[in-house]
Design a binder for this molecule. Structure first.
Ligand code: PRP
Ligand code: URA
Length: 221
């Protein structure tokens, strides 16, 4: 079985439904000819879909309300409180998508950068909500290549007292080796992604991928 098949069958790796709409959006952002304005616009659309899907994995409890017809309705409400944590810089592109669906959501930031020569992640800074250990965490980073950056961020979250089963990594494109490495290292966290790619190259870039997400989104190519 190929790594991509192993990854797509993993019970804690959730792929967005592979609809025509999603495939068309992903084709635009993967196209090297796409200009920055469109890259940002269509990436934001996929990010919105990812955040909406991520919320489906949060637990709910029974909640009864009364409708304007004065009839009780047996519904549900989210069980716990959430926060976002973005891996700077590319992960910051996903913060607005989270804010659009969760009003006043708290967002922590962790600055982890890959060394451009070795691709090894380095932690420079983190600032997390004070009560993060009581929350569900939506970890935000569009690219998962070797998994080194996201793994380092998970370690930061665990050190801050977050329960691993409450970490949901919201990701746009993953390489199967990176996703599987993370899921093997951390046995309870979950990943929600739009597409699982073929692999990574010698420079640890995802193939077919979309190039350097941060550079394309923020215009620093
Ligand atoms: C990119 C990306 C991830 C990381 C993925 O960040 O946003 O954080 O690489 O690669 P990995 O899975 O092999 O760790 P980068 O360090 O290039 O910084 P940027 O966000 O400033 O582009
Ligand atoms: N970071 C990116 O932006 N793109 C990749 O392909 C890998 C890491």
């Amino acid at each position: 079985m190929s790594l991509s098949e192993q990854a797509s069958g993993h019970p804690r790796l959730h792929q967005l439904p592979q609809t025509h709409q999603l495939k068309a959006l992903m084709t635009i952002i993967r196209d090297r000819a796409t200009k920055r304005g469109d890259f940002v616009f269509y990436s934001d659309r996929v990010i919105r879909l990812l955040v909406e899907e991520g919320l489906n994995y949060l637990p709910v409890v029974a909640k009864e309300v009364t409708t304007p017809m004065e009839v009780p309705f047996q519904g549900v409400a989210f069980e716990g409180r959430i926060c976002g944590v973005s891996i700077m810089r590319a992960g910051e592109s996903m913060e607005q998508g989270l804010r659009d669906v969760c009003t006043s959501v708290r967002i922590g930031k962790v600055l982890i950068q890959r060394d451009e020569r070795t691709a090894q992640p380095k932690l420079y800074y983190s600032k997390l909500p004070r009560d993060i250990s009581d929350r569900w965490v939506l970890l935000l980073d569009p690219m998962l290549a070797t998994g080194g950056s996201a793994s380092k961020c998970v370690e930061v979250l665990l050190e801050a007292g977050v329960r691993e089963e409450r970490i949901l990594f919201i990701n746009l494109i993953c390489a199967p080796e990176g996703a599987l490495a993370m899921l093997n290292k951390f046995s309870k966290m979950q990943i929600v992604t739009a597409e699982i790619d073929e692999g990574i190259d010698d420079r640890k870039f995802i193939l077919p991928g979309l190039g350097d997400f941060g550079d394309r989104y923020f215009g620093t190519e």
